[in-house]
Design a protein around this ligand. Structure first.
Ligand SMILES: [Zn+2]
Length: 259
């Protein structure tokens, strides 16, 4: 980045935080974020105010949509989706660690709850499902993977390398099973066709004719899970155990005000 500045602009009565950056790029571009507007400009030329004015309607449209989905997806801190079902997280002093109560749709956590154990449980649940799905596929489908990894990923559901390593986002475990299968199948197709070309989508459509609709739903889930308080806690890279447990107990509405 060459230079940057931050300001507030008002568009049709809506005030937006605006971050202007000059970078070594060819073309100017605008990115609407939940916090406001990012304006990326080449090192020389292009008047940011004129650029914003020219794209005013588009900016407002995208910004309003983002704000709406934020409200829509804001779930209370004690909710956690698992395989497409919303569970309520509650504190249960009789439980050692945690217990998934499918009947009452509760995740009961004890005082000695350990977030890493829970994370490992989520990983294993997802991995087992992926393997089950792979084994259920007909023999003519190429599924000769090298390695499967499940981890927290910020930007996507899955990826596949030239070495035939499959990487899956741990948050997939919150999706309904049919969507987990869709993502796995999509990645397997990359063994055959690397790029998202027309022939790739033709092949995808032969099993999932409504793949465009599914992709849209997956996008909505992605936003939803990113905003889920418990997922945010799980995906934090550095945390002290103390901070996590006090934050977690606060999340489920019980507990300690320290930390
Ligand atoms: Zn792909």
């Amino acid at each position: 980045m060459v230079s940057s500045c931050k300001t507030v602009i008002v568009l049709d009565g809506v005030s937006l935080t605006c971050h202007v950056e000059r970078r070594r790029v060819k073309n100017a571009r605008l990115e609407v974020k939940p916090w406001g507007l990012l304006v990326i400009l080449p090192v020389y030329g292009v008047n940011p105010l004129r650029l914003i004015e020219e794209n005013k309607n588009w900016i407002l449209k995208v910004y309003r949509r983002l704000k709406e989905s934020e409200v829509l997806y804001q779930s209370p801190g004690n909710m956690f989706p698992l395989l497409g079902v919303q569970y309520t997280v509650i504190l249960d002093e009789e439980v050692n660690g945690f217990k998934i109560d499918e009947v009452h749709r509760l995740i009961r956590i004890g005082f000695n709850f350990n977030l890493s154990d829970f994370k490992n449980f989520l990983k294993k649940t997802l991995l087992d499902l992926i393997l089950l799905f792979l084994n259920s596929l007909p023999a003519e489908i190429d599924k000769q993977y090298n390695r499967i990894t499940v981890k927290a990923q910020r930007t996507r559901w899955a990826s596949c390398s030239v070495k035939r390593n499959l990487n899956f986002n741990i948050k997939m475990v919150s999706l309904p099973i049919n969507l987990i299968e869709f993502i796995v199948y999509h990645e397997l197709l990359h063994f055959k066709i690397k790029s998202h070309s027309k022939s790739f989508y033709r092949l995808l459509a032969s099993r999932y004719p409504d793949y465009k609709r599914i992709r849209k739903i997956l996008g909505e889930y992605f936003t939803m899970f990113n905003m889920n308080k418990l997922w945010q806690l799980i995906c934090q890279r550095h945390f002290s155990k103390q901070t996590i447990s006090s934050r977690l107990f606060r999340l489920v509405g019980l507990g300690s005000t320290s930390g």
